[in-house]
Design a protein around this ligand. Structure first.
Ligand code: ABU
Length: 500
């Protein structure tokens, strides 16, 4: 029926149930075959094309939108092509990003969320999801180590926005007048974060009108951890320049090295100086689910706010990020504007459940349900097992790299998170004396291999330079489908693609 119908009608047109069922069934078959293929090692991670090739319309895949409606059959072809030319981030050999994998329960949650198609601003339109958000936030606050009478939070569109919230509420906590009078009423503020921390801290300071240059990047040790005495020195130096320090971010799981800042030592400094203490655990927060690894975040309960992204190692479909704020009511007071068309105070229920005014958004996507459903399916224990598996994979890769003569580790220490950073040394560079000439040539190796990797589509891993270190690969594990055979394949494939 779907094939025969041109300009077919779907629900809500009356009598269109059959047509709707047929269309969605066909779509479901496309999705199901993609899902089944996505974990098969024989399938490619990606079928790469340059932007101009995709724009030219490969095999009739047309990115332009028409004036006249197309057939349902064509829409299904478009859906198939969209998946075909995309990247299979659920593939066990996709190591490119901190978020990967394809969790079937999470996916079911996302489907239900879209079907419900509602908005998180008020209890009246999202009664169940609002209460789920409350329950999950409470659970996560408890895991962080906050007591039952403290803690607030929100699900946010990504870790950058969660970090932005932390700065927003910190500034409001010390200077509530900023809400009405703006930055002109405030002294020149300074924020502190490590040189390995995520760029969202600087971006947020720029967005909030505080200036990215007023984010002081504190020196790290060789392993990428913030050095507490350098923090103290940086605070004193900023004060001498006339700036007013108010906020410190400690990173639990840096993006490239996967390093954990010494949270307790940083918290001591913040406590002594009455500075807002945030922990960006966007990447490392998942380790709190593992009895084996949670001690790496020791002291996180002392933070005044925490970012935690379940869409990373907990495998929740994008996006699922949380900002937790210890002081209750602060998010609301900071952001509340009381739009009377939404947040009427005389509604027939407890309006404290209209949580929308805690947010800087008006419309807010339901990100909680997929996490809630996955938590039901796995239990906290299941997430812990998942995290342990990812970290075992990282240790396995680290061990293999140590054994091989054609790779070099960027730093020698065992991985603390699932990040493993390394160079591939092609035959022509082996035995060369370290120095600028070797560095210049080594810098070109990872991008060259990456180019060949994309063309072949067999595996995907990212690279970057960092400080004085020339381009190196960063492998990260967050997909529970990845096995040791995939790690062996990765190294062999890099060696194959990296031949001079
Ligand atoms: N900080 C967002 C994720 C970055 C990454 O996947 O590499």
């Amino acid at each position: 029926c779907v094939r025969a119908c041109v300009r077919a009608y779907l629900l809500p047109k009356s009598g269109a149930e059959e047509m709707t069922r047929g269309f969605l069934q066909e779509l479901f078959n496309i999705l199901l075959s993609y899902i089944c293929k996505s974990s098969q090692r024989s399938s490619k991670v990606l079928d790469f094309h340059h932007p101009h090739q995709l724009k030219e319309g490969l095999e009739g895949f047309n990115l332009d939108v028409p004036d006249q409606p197309e057939t349902l059959e064509q829409l299904l072809v478009d859906c198939r092509d969209t998946l075909k030319y995309g990247v299979n981030t659920g593939h066990p050999r996709f190591f490119n990003q901190l978020s990967s994998g394809l969790d079937v329960i999470g996916l079911a949650g996302e489907w239900l969320t879209s079907t419900a198609n509602t908005n998180m601003f008020t209890y009246e339109v999202s009664p169940v999801f609002i209460l789920m958000e409350e329950a999950l936030l409470k659970k996560m606050q408890q895991i962080v180590g906050w007591s039952g009478d403290e803690g607030d939070g929100l699900f946010c569109p990504g870790g950058t926005i969660s970090n932005l919230y932390s700065i927003l509420v910190a500034r409001y906590y010390f200077y509530p007048e900023v809400k009405t009078r703006g930055m002109g009423a405030l002294p020149q503020l300074a924020l502190f974060t490590s040189e390995h921390s995520h760029y969202s801290l600087k971006k947020s300071a720029a967005v909030l009108g505080m200036g990215s240059e007023n984010v002081v990047l504190v020196k790290c040790d060789e392993r990428g951890k913030m050095i507490p005495i350098e923090l103290e020195a940086a605070i004193i130096a900023a004060e001498k320049k006339g700036l007013v320090p108010f906020y410190v971010n400690a990173t639990a799981g840096t993006t490239v090295y996967g390093a954990f800042d010494p949270i307790n030592a940083i918290a001591d400094i913040c406590q002594r100086r009455t500075l807002w203490m945030h922990v960006d655990a966007a990447w490392g927060g998942s380790l709190l689910m593992s009895d084996r690894h949670k001690m790496k975040l020791q002291g996180i309960g002392r933070a005044w706010s925490v970012t935690w992204n379940p869409h990373k190692m907990m495998g929740v479909p994008l996006q699922c990020s949380v900002i937790l704020v210890k002081k209750r009511g602060l998010l609301h007071d900071c952001n509340e504007l009381g739009a009377t068309y939404l947040f009427q105070m005389d509604k027939p229920y407890d309006v404290s459940y209209d949580t929308g005014d805690k947010s800087i958004q008006c419309g807010r996507h339901v990100d909680v349900f997929k996490l809630w459903l996955m938590w039901k399916a796995k239990g906290a224990q299941g997430f812990g097992t998942q995290v342990n598996k990812c970290l075992e994979n990282a240790e396995y890769l680290y061990d293999q790299l140590q054994k091989r003569g054609d790779f070099e580790l960027v730093f020698q220490n065992k991985p603390e998170h699932s990040n493993v950073c390394f160079w591939y040394i092609p035959p022509s560079l082996r035995g060369l004396t370290p120095g600028p000439d070797r560095d210049t040539r080594l810098h070109q190796v990872a991008p060259k291999i990456k180019g060949r990797m994309l063309e072949k589509g067999s595996v995907m891993i990212g690279y970057q330079p960092l400080g004085p270190k020339v381009n190196f690969f960063r492998c990260v594990f967050s997909n529970p489908a990845t096995q040791q055979e995939d790690i062996d394949f990765l190294l062999e494939e890099i060696a194959r693609l990296g031949r001079d």
